[in-house]
Write a protein that binds this ligand. Sequence first.
Ligand SMILES: Nc1nc2c(ncn2[C@@H]2O[C@H](COP(=O)(O)OP(=O)(O)OP(=O)(O)O)[C@@H](O)[C@H]2O)c(=O)[nH]1
Ligand SMILES: [Mg+2]
Length: 200
Amino acid sequence: MKITSAEFITSNTDYKKCPLPVFPELAFIGRSNVGKSSLINMLVNKKKLAKTSNNPGKTQTINHFKINDKWYLVDLPGYGFAKISQAKRIEWQQMIYDYLKFRKNLVSVFVLIDSRLEPQKNDLDFINQLGEDNIPFILVFTKADKQTKNKTQKNVSAFCKELSETWETLPLYFISSAETGDGREEVLNYIEATIKEFKL
Ligand SMILES: Nc1nc2c(ncn2[C@@H]2O[C@H](COP(=O)(O)OP(=O)(O)OP(=O)(O)O)[C@@H](O)[C@H]2O)c(=O)[nH]1
Ligand SMILES: [Mg+2]
């Protein structure tokens, strides 16, 4: 799919204030610093559309970007960010949970996993919760440029093995790099197919 336009629309702390749910929407979630905002920028080919940072905890709200005037990409805050108060953590968790559960036009969630790490409990817990709530998702393993293909494959296989303990069928997954653009075509093809199924 060709990206012809990508613009920032709004930042919200409540899903009820998000843009009217009349276009299909895909959201990016995952641990703080995993590369959600960077992946959005890579997909739309605009380096500074979503704000990125070396420090975890950069994205703190629900951010809507309108793409090709026809669908939304949504950048969410990360989970597992240590340097915030307990109260703030609970507030973010509730904001994200309500958004994921109640946003009517959300067609799929991208759960980003750092391809350099062995399976992490908070990623697995998050995915299992999505399953319990019947929220459709796929996985994207990020930062693949930072290591050899072998190492990436080893971590991906280990993650799938962990998932197969609780899941009968494994989710679809892609491997990506915001640096090299690896995975871009695959993710955009998936988005193209998924938004076609959206009905008001
Ligand atoms: N080498 C490399 N670095 C990446 C990649 N993706 C993200 N980064 C770097 O990782 C850091 C975090 O990226 P962000 O996109 O801000 O991560 P995020 O998941 O949006 O983080 P929060 O908003 O804090 O939750 C930045 O320094 C990025 O440049 C990648 O594919 N390859
Ligand atoms: Mg971010």
